[in-house]
Design a binder for this molecule. Structure first.
Ligand SMILES: Cc1ncc(COP(=O)(O)O)c(C=O)c1O
Length: 328
């Protein structure tokens, strides 16, 4: 009933290390895993350990808002780097900020565009980090949920120079109110993270950590992920089957992983008008521009399907289909 070890419950650190090896092809030791209150806390702590005010951080544009705020709060000078179908444009990053300290990426399923970073781009990014002596945050927030035959190897699994901090969360694999995540740090940073974690005792509740460890050790976590993968895939398929009913001005984009995709909009669509009309019909829609760090030159909507059953997906498409703003 005492305080748990600051870096996390040893059983959970072992279970996570073993799961990463079996499921994501990542070889690591439990002492490299630091348990956090969700991925968001991991981003803040990484910023505190690694960044000095004004350090250049390549950041996906558009990109995740939570990590963005955490890194800005830690003093980052965010450098927006555009994302294409293959992932972060490494050439653009090199041109804008060759001496970057850190890069933040979501290679398994880009937040918000839903692209999966190509292998060539992954290797290019690792090479750029090596050349600049920089580090990479790989946010693998929904990497377990891929719908093709085989997932791409995580950056961490091909990180021969140990430059990647891999951040995982149980918010997507289990549920967000667990407030449980972790960061796997390069061996060279274990001491720095140990010192930081030892400086306060505020880990997620040890009882919660122990329960999740047991769930993993018994093989139930892996089974749960297999079941949920099938369920999310079916929801995604429903969305793709229904989307041809939408007007020509909106094109739902395919994805191969995660819980959301995007729909690109014809440039003539007034996005704010569309948001207002959808809100009046009881539907909240999120524009891609909400995730932009600098102008994108296109716009669209983020379409979530993870927490939406097939009937709700069909109803949502019916509502969207009738939006006057889409008739251009
Ligand atoms: C890009 C991204 N990473 C990670 C997370 C998970 O954050 P947390 O583990 O703090 O719930 C989210 C949550 O939606 C997210 O959008």
């Amino acid at each position: 009933m005492g305080y748990g070890p600051p870096a996390g419950h040893p059983g959970l650190r072992r279970a996570i290390a073993s799961h990463l090896n079996a499921s994501r092809g990542i070889k690591c030791d439990p002492d490299q895993i630091f348990v956090t209150g969700g991925a968001q806390q991991a981003f803040s702590l990484i910023g505190r350990v690694l960044l000095n005010p004004g350090d250049g951080v390549w950041y996906e544009n558009p990109g995740a808002t939570g990590a963005r705020n955490a890194l800005i709060a830690a003093g980052a000078d965010l450098v927006p780097v555009n994302v294409g179908a293959e992932g972060l444009d490494v050439e653009e990053g090199r041109a804008k900020a060759p001496h970057f300290r850190l890069a933040f990426v979501t290679p398994s399923h880009q937040q918000p565009l839903g692209h999966v970073m190509s292998l060539a781009r992954r290797l290019e990014l690792l090479e750029a980090a090596n050349a600049a002596q920089a580090l990479i945050i790989e946010d693998d927030y929904d990497g377990e949920f891929y719908y093709g035959d085989r997932p791409m190897p995580p950056l961490k699994s091909i990180d021969t120079e140990d430059r990647v901090l891999y951040v995982g969360t149980f918010s997507k694999t289990m549920f967000p109110s667990l407030r449980l995540g972790f960061v796997l740090v390069p061996r060279s940073l274990v001491t720095a993270f140990d010192r930081l974690f030892a400086s306060w005792i505020s880990t997620p509740p040890t009882a919660t950590q122990a329960s999740v460890a047991e769930f993993m050790d018994e093989g139930l976590f892996a089974t749960h992920i297999r079941i949920m993968r099938r369920l999310y895939k079916a929801r995604y398929q429903t969305l793709m089957e229904e989307s041809p009913a939408l007007p020509e001005s909106i094109k739902v984009q395919p994805t191969t992983s995660g819980f959301h995709t995007t729909a690109l909009l014809d440039g003539r669509v007034d996005v704010q008008l569309l948001i207002n009309q959808a809100r009046s019909a009881g539907v909240t829609i999120v524009p891609i521009s909400r995730y932009a760090l600098s102008p994108l030159g296109y716009n669209g909507l983020v379409l979530g399907f993870g927490s939406t059953g097939p009937d709700e997906i069909r109803a949502g498409i019916r509502v969207l289909r009738e939006m006057p703003a889409l008739r251009v």
